[in-house]
Write a protein that binds this ligand. Sequence first.
Ligand code: SAJ
Length: 402
Amino acid sequence: MAVPEKTVCVMGLGYIGLPMASLLGTKGYTVYGVDTVPEVVETINQGHIHIVEPDLDILVRSAVNSGNLRAALEPCEADIFVIAVPTPFKEGHEPDLSYVESAVHRIVPYVRPGNLIVLESTSPVGTTDGIVARILRDAGHDVDDEVYVAHCPERVLPGRILTELVENDRIVGGINEASTDAAAAFYGTFVRGEVFKTDSRTAELTKLVENAYRDVNVAFANELSMICDESGINVWELISLANRHPRVNILQPGPGVGGHCIPVDPWFIVHQAPRLARLIRTAREVNDAKPEWVVRRVKERASKFRHPVIACLGLAFKPDVDDLRNSPAVSIVEALQQAGIGEVLVSEPNIHDHESFTLLPYQEAVSRADIVVLLVDHREFRSLRAADLKEKILIDTRGVVT
Ligand code: SAJ
């Protein structure tokens, strides 16, 4: 079994790679972080960050100042390579593995016997062996005996990344037992949670299933919200009452499901098993249809005004983050603007500028509005009271206004 040594090259310095690189930099590793965007590399080398995540700035500054973290555009030789690049989908919800392929091709010249290569990116079943190991094998590396290849899917929740990076249990699956052991030994050096060993395909599917599980459960809540709306029943009261049953725990409805993970990963399972993954596909469809449903509700209410002013509160995909990726709130605001049904005002306290929307302080947007559409339960909006909205129409997609 290979014993983890001291130099790590992290491919991709985004929401997963950067926290991981900086954490390792404070745990005694010498870390080279690689990104394809020159501004990202520059920002990190100055000890700053390009994403919003609590306490990440402190960790990056300390890792960079100690000389243990350096960002670069090119990989270099290392004992361990961690791949943390995006795995989006293409047309027809087909997995796009081009970033993974390109990262592996780029490390090929630097890999040496005894090295460990870990894929952290959420990936369809078979990627670790069929893509990562295959590219290394094709380049002449002996992945059966000399180079270790494993998958250890990231599991951290944006907003709690630094805590969860250390505290969460991890699933490690190698392409063979020696690879599993080598990867488990590496994660054991900085993870406080338990490290569970399996094979690479099971590790890949475990991650996909975790996010599909959440998607299906949010879809259930979203479906209930539409049924309740039609029946004139308050869905939040309904859910809180149903959840008093000892074995019921329904999640919260919202304007849809966003982020870079949950709206994407379940499609990898559907792609792998299109005939069998019926519930998973339907959940995706229910959640994807929710923003349109919200837009229809707003239009219905707006039709009573000649030139309605509509205040949309929140753009991020979930509360208290600045991340707009796949955000249902953004698609709702865009659809309302395109519908040309009135003046659309937008407030998003976690970002300063947006290329398409002028952002206003939420108090101003609310005071000018005929219709208030609450899209994200950011902490700033939680103090809103129905009594203060007086004659305004409120469409609260998150159930926060009391
Ligand atoms: N959402 C609801 N109702 C809920 C819970 C969530 O509408 O009751 C919505 C959110 O508003 C958001 C979306 O779901 O639009 C996803 O948010 P999230 O907080 O559930 O998850 P993410 O995308 O921030 O992070 C998920 C996590 N996965 C699980 O909880 C199973 C995280 O642990 C993963 O590491 C991450 O995906 C990832 O990177 O895959």
